[in-house]
Design a protein around this ligand. Structure first.
Ligand SMILES: Nc1nc2c(ncn2[C@@H]2O[C@H](COP(=O)(O)OP(=O)(O)OP(=O)(O)O)[C@@H](O)[C@H]2O)c(=O)[nH]1
Ligand SMILES: [Mg+2]
Length: 659
């Protein structure tokens, strides 16, 4: 329950929540469903405008067609202002009346009529009311200063479910604080009438009402009471009694019908005050506090509900972004399946040799140092070659550029497919932290959204090694980016990417630096391994052997001019990249030599890969995924911030309500 009507803390917090929820929904590409707009309208029209203690109560006369609304209005203002007539749906506009003092207050009208979107004008001619248009008002000093009285068009006129006055009635009802519901013997049990009002009343906040029964004089009090309770129950459900401010009867009278007399309202219980006194004596501030508190509670509950959906959408976006980047990482690796051994290794061997100590250089010239390992390793290299498949052999013979082109093309096509597809499937290795996190997110979202088995995100399968596959839907945030990409000419994107394929083969300055650094670090390790003497046989077998292998692999003898196929495992992201060189155990290479080789080659390939992965990723992002990833990342960041802000402000509101 609110303590007072001008708690600035509460008002500020509420305004922020009001602004941020639609904002974050837009950020997350929500198809901002009607309910959020309606919710925002309630805050604007029912709460923010009314958080002022001297704001009069809006009392709205409502009821089915021809039940006597306008006659009652005229009877209260004691003037024949509102047209009355035999055919239902006579009034087409809202008619207000208020005490002259109120109407003179500056800004009163604009504040009062904010919910209607248009300012009312003084009534010029009674007939105006029978045509649709802006609201009109009349001054009436017969009305208590604490109230504004409103006559509304009936809401049930129309045919086949199309109600001509519903929108106007809705505005009027939504902005009212109290209702005067008038009904007759022929419509008191008409559920259609009460359902519409009930929806207005109960959808957000509960408004109290007076019930007026226009009835034959012969009706007994008890009968009237029963019928009134039927109406009340239909309007409010079980707790009806606490919302009924009073029940009054007005007896059918031909003088009223002929306009010679106003209606006379009598309380059902003799002890009750007259209708006019009851109206005048309403504790405006208390009623408003009750009403606004109940509206505010509902509004905050809704906000919490929205926030729940928003959070899930934010998680889904995070998941999709991860999935997209993971598949991009796969594609980037796919583009780099072949290692340009001649370029990189030749360069490395050059660097290595240029740093040989002078005496080793001399020995090299005489051939005495290279002899031994070469003999062994030429044989090994031949064996290696024999283990490649036919297809790979042809790849080996071909130009490295062709191999790269083929890899790149298939990777690019696959990336394009992932970027445009409505879902992405990702395999999560049980040991990989990134995909593990994604698999957990899938479970969490599924639990929160209570999804059916076929709905995304979902887990597809899990193999013996604990690698699971899950499927993630494209997030609405990227729909516009997908649309743009779809409309672009794919062939020209392909061409543009292929024209930049040199990025893969070239040895950039960065890679040079890495290779030099590697050579230095190998040499310093070597120094500690071979403290005894640099030209010992041990030394020959250890380090230069691996250099020799790389040399053979690169000089083209048995397997030259090729790309070594690099087998990649743990393809996820640049952080935990791990590259392994596929040298089959069947080559007969001794385990120790193989390890030696791996130890030597892996870092070189790694150095190359690290640089190239980034280069290819940049290329993909420039041509295909960049805008999408950027957009999703921005949306994720700003929705994170807004979610925290909304949470905090809801907490402020709730605290203000209880303290
Ligand atoms: N006999 C009798 N007729 C009444 C009484 N009150 C209203 N009527 C008649 O009932 C008809 C409808 O009254 P209105 O006041 O126009 O009803 P309304 O609810 O405003 O109707 P709409 O604006 O068309 O929705 C008119 O012909 C009135 O004269 C009454 O107390 N006795
Ligand atoms: Mg009327």
């Amino acid at each position: 329950m609110m303590k007072n009507l001008n708690d600035q803390n509460l008002i500020d917090a509420l305004k922020k929540v009001r602004g941020d929820i639609p904002r974050v929904m837009d950020v997350l590409g929500f198809n901002r469903h009607k309910s959020a707009d309606a919710w925002a309208q309630i805050i604007d029209k029912k709460l923010l405008t009314k958080l002022s203690p001297d704001f009069p109560l809006m009392v709205t006369i409502c009821g089915g067609g021809s039940s006597g609304k306008s006659t009652l209005f005229n009877s209260i203002v004691k003037e024949g202002l509102s047209p009355v007539g035999g055919s239902a749906g006579l009034n087409r506009r809202v008619l207000f009346s208020a005490h002259g003092e109120l109407l003179e207050k500056p800004n009163f009208l604009s504040a009062m009529f904010e919910p209607f979107g248009t300012l009312p004008r003084p009534l010029k001619d009674r007939d105006e009311l029978t045509t649709p248009g802006h609201p009109v008002y009349v001054v009436s000093d017969a009305i208590p200063k604490s109230l504004v009285l409103m006559d509304t068009p009936d809401f049930d006129t129309g045919a086949k479910g199309v109600y001509i006055n519903r929108e106007v009635s809705r505005q009027a009802l939504e902005s009212s604080d109290i209702l005067i519901y008038i009904f007759t013997n022929s419509n008191y049990n008409n559920r259609e009438n009460t359902d519409f009002i009930s929806e207005m009343l109960t959808s957000i906040g509960m408004r109290k009402c007076f019930l007026i029964y226009r009835v034959y004089p012969s009706f007994e009090t008890q009968e009237i009471q029963e019928h009134a309770m039927t109406v009340a129950n239909n309007l409010y459900g079980k707790a009806a009694e606490q919302y009924v401010l009073g029940v009054y009867r007005t007896d059918e009278d031909n003088l009223v019908a002929s306009g010679e007399k106003f209606m006379t309202l009598r309380p059902l219980e003799k002890k009750d005050p007259s209708f006019f006194d009851a109206l005048k004596n309403i504790d405006t501030e208390k009623l408003r506090l009750e009403l606004l508190s109940s509206i505010l509670n509902d509004v905050l509950d809704r906000a919490q509900e929205f926030l729940g959906h928003i959070k899930i959408s934010n998680q889904e976006l995070c998941l999709y972004l991860d999935a997209l980047q993971t598949s991009q990482s796969h594609c980037v690796h796919e583009a780099l399946q072949h290692f340009p051994v001649d370029r990189v290794m030749n360069r490395f061997v050059d660097i290595w040799m240029s740093k040989d100590p002078p005496f080793v250089k001399v020995m090299r010239k005489t051939g005495s140092i290279i002899e031994l390992p070469f003999k062994v390793l030429v044989g090994t290299a031949k064996k290696i070659r024999d283990t490649f498949s036919e297809k790979e052999k042809s790849a080996l013979r071909g130009d490295f550029n062709d191999v790269v082109k083929e890899d790149l093309l298939s990777a690019v096509n696959r990336m394009h497919y992932y970027a445009l597809n409505s879902e992405i499937s990702v395999s999560a290795a049980s040991k990989d932290p990134v995909t593990r996190r994604m698999a957990d997110a899938v479970e969490e979202i599924r639990a929160q959204r209570d999804l059916k088995s076929h709905e995304n995100p979902r887990k597809e399968a899990e193999d013996e090694k604990g690698t699971s596959t899950f499927i993630v839907s494209a997030h609405p945030v990227v729909f516009p980016n997908q649309e743009t990409l779809r409309r672009m000419d794919w062939k020209s994107i392909q061409r543009s990417i292929l024209s930049q394929q040199e990025v893969i083969a070239e040895l950039s300055h960065d890679i040079e630096k890495d290779l030099k650094h590697l050579a230095d670090s190998f040499r310093s390790k070597m120094g500690t391994w071979t403290k005894i003497r640099q030209i010992s046989a041990a030394f020959l077998n250890v380090v230069p052997a691996t250099v020799a292998v790389t040399y053979i692999l690169s000089t083209g003898d048995p397997v030259g001019a090729m790309g070594i196929k690099v087998k990649l495992s743990g393809l996820f992201g640049l952080h935990d990249l791990y590259a392994l060189i596929a040298i089959p155990a069947t080559t007969g290479l001794k385990k120790a030599d193989q390890n030696q080789l791996k130890e030597m080659l892996a870092p070189i390939i790694q150095a190359w890969l690290n640089k190239k992965l980034k280069a290819v990723q940049d290329l993909f992002e420039k041509e295909i995924t960049g805008q999408m990833i950027q957009h999703a990342t921005d949306a994720l960041q700003s929705s994170d911030a807004l979610i925290t802000q909304i949470q905090d402000q809801i907490a402020v509101c709730k605290k203000a309500m209880i303290s």
